[in-house]
Design a protein around this ligand. Structure first.
Ligand SMILES: Nc1nc2c(c(=O)[nH]1)N[C@H]1C(S)=C(S)[C@@H](COP(=O)(O)O)O[C@H]1N2
Ligand SMILES: [Mo]
Length: 323
């Protein structure tokens, strides 16, 4: 990814914004979503790879039923290949971060849902994952660096979570934030990056069926390097939009500035829809290298998902939709 830094991005961080939810009683907040109890999982022994220890409290949820509406005409990338080739800058700015990522403690894991919602909540991941039925979908993933993979993700539609969160009509965007813990994530000690990792989409995009909250892959809970315990998959957008290890989801009327947009606004924008006809300033996006086979194939507009998403952008022609 880009290493060009034009300004001290942290200087304009909105991350210090205090959230009133933090001061409210957790049990009371959970009640806002009609939760019976809090059920914080005890800390568990960490087994390399998976989000949880040997006693994965979500193991009974996998494998989830495959949703046949989300199939692809490409072979799945072998699990061994793409669990050893990851972008997760929190653990280093190269692809071999999988070992370093095992330091991430993913249980217990709280997710704050706040901003323009009826009632802010903090919900434990292990509670959330049982609130919405899981399903498996086969998705393409196209990195802005011009490589691609094909993954059987397990999770639930983001729209289901939006419905639970009950955003106010004034909410126009959904902003996602990754954990911040430089003690564990050594990449976050690199202070020239605007940590924590942030991404954002419009509320309409969040309501699109394709927007998927991922809790597992290959029939089991997510490996840590994949962004455990919960990440996003937006298959029609460049991979950097699919934010990992989400700890906060905020509804807002202000367009979020994402991590890469803040780092290099001339190279990475808000929309970041896949388009082979719009080159990155430093390389072509016309083709992609398929992980594992190394085969070069033509990249498709919206990564092949145009039928499902093109309508979202028909009135936005003046926007930079493809960077
Ligand atoms: N928090 C966080 N999320 C992230 C990234 C990251 O560095 N940090 N990298 C992004 C990029 S550029 C890509 S291509 C995908 C990579 O996902 P994978 O490692 O599961 O293949 O995660 C995205 N989500
Ligand atoms: Mo990427």
């Amino acid at each position: 990814m880009v290493q060009i830094l034009r300004k001290p991005a942290w200087a304009i961080s909105e991350n210090q914004a205090t959230c009133e939810a933090a001061f409210l009683n957790r049990r009371q907040l959970i009640k806002g979503w009609g939760m019976a109890g809090v059920g914080l999982a005890a800390a568990m022994a960490v087994r390399p790879g998976r989000a949880f220890g040997a006693d994965d409290p979500t193991a009974d949820l996998y494998p989830a039923k495959r949703n046949e509406s989300y199939m692809i005409d490409r072979e799945l990338t072998p699990e061994k290949v793409n669990t050893r080739y990851n972008n997760f800058y929190e653990f280093g700015s190269h692809k071999q971060i999988w070992k370093a990522a095992q330091a991430l403690q993913t249980s217990p894991w709280d997710i704050r849902v706040d901003g323009l919602v009826e009632q802010p909540v903090t919900i434990g991941f292990e509670d959330l994952v049982r609130r919405i039925p899981l399903e498996e979908r086969l998705y393409r993933h196209r990195c802005v660096e011009a490589w691609s993979m094909t993954v059987p993700w397990t999770g639930f539609a983001l729209s289901e979570l939006v419905a639970l969160a009950k955003p106010l009509s004034s909410a126009k965007y959904v902003r996602f934030e990754t954990f911040l813990d430089p003690d564990v994530a050594t990449g976050q000690r690199q202070s020239w990056y605007p940590w924590p990792y942030v991404e954002g989409i419009t509320i309409e995009e969040a309501g699109n069926d394709l927007a998927f909250m991922v809790t597992g892959a290959y029939g089991h809970a997510l490996d840590k390097q994949f962004g455990a315990p919960i990440r996003l998959a937006l298959p029609w957008k460049y991979g950097f939009k699919s934010i990992k290890s989400i700890s906060r989801i905020s509804f807002t009327d202000t367009r979020p500035v994402s991590f890469w947009e803040e780092v290099g606004p001339d190279e990475y924008g808000f929309w970041a829809n896949v388009n082979p006809g719009v080159p990155h300033p430093r390389w072509s996006q016309a083709q992609e290298r398929i992980l594992h086979t190394g085969e070069k194939v033509d990249t498709l507009l919206y990564n092949g998902y145009g039928d499902q998403v093109a309508h979202l952008y028909k009135d936005l022609k003046s926007e930079k939709l493809f960077m």
